[in-house]
Design a protein around this ligand. Sequence first.
Ligand SMILES: Nc1nc2c(ncn2[C@@H]2O[C@H](COP(=O)(O)OP(=O)(O)OP(=O)(O)O)[C@@H](O)[C@H]2O)c(=O)[nH]1
Ligand SMILES: [Mg+2]
Length: 199
Amino acid sequence: MVIKRAEYVTGAAYPAQLIGGDTPEIAVAGRSNVGKSSFINLITGNSKLAKTSKDPGRTRLVNYFSVNGGEFNLVDLPGYGFARVSDDEKLKWAELIEAYFAARKNLRHVFLLLDVRREPGEGDVQMINYMYHYAIPFTVVLTKADKLSRSQTIVRRRQTAQALKIGADNIIVSSALTRQGKEDVLTRMEEVLSIDVSQ
Ligand SMILES: Nc1nc2c(ncn2[C@@H]2O[C@H](COP(=O)(O)OP(=O)(O)OP(=O)(O)O)[C@@H](O)[C@H]2O)c(=O)[nH]1
Ligand SMILES: [Mg+2]
């Protein structure tokens, strides 16, 4: 997969604003500050496409990016697990995410991002349960690999696989700084988009 161009399409704050249509979608999910927006910028090769921030909870919208002039949409989902949000906001988040997954017709794959240094949290497990519930295929990505040594990363990858009961081969290690993992993600995207879902 070569991403030649990517443009911001729209951000949905409410379920009614989620976009339909037939364009395949690949979503990026994970807790606040895990590096979702940075991951989208890494994959598209455009460091200014998705807004990144040191302050957790920056992305409150479901943000759509159109790749290669409509080949597919990359979707930046709002992060969870941010302690300093009100119950009202948490509810709004849950409604938006529920509505997103419920109208998941074109959703081909989710990249679930986890910080390589952290144990999967409650929100991560909930997200995985959503994906099993709706039978949405997903790949786990360990972000910020530049923060650990190679050997520490290998250990974290194995531990994460055990904690989530998934194969270690199904986990991609990435870094927005060193661009590690970019090619693996692009290869996976190509695979998931080439699966014939019409039957
Ligand atoms: N060292 C390092 N820092 C990273 C990496 N990816 C993201 N960051 C930093 O982590 C912080 C959060 O990154 P974002 O991409 O904004 O995270 P997000 O998941 O989109 O956050 P929300 O939109 O708030 O949910 C920023 O300060 C980024 O520069 C990485 O691979 N390595
Ligand atoms: Mg973000």
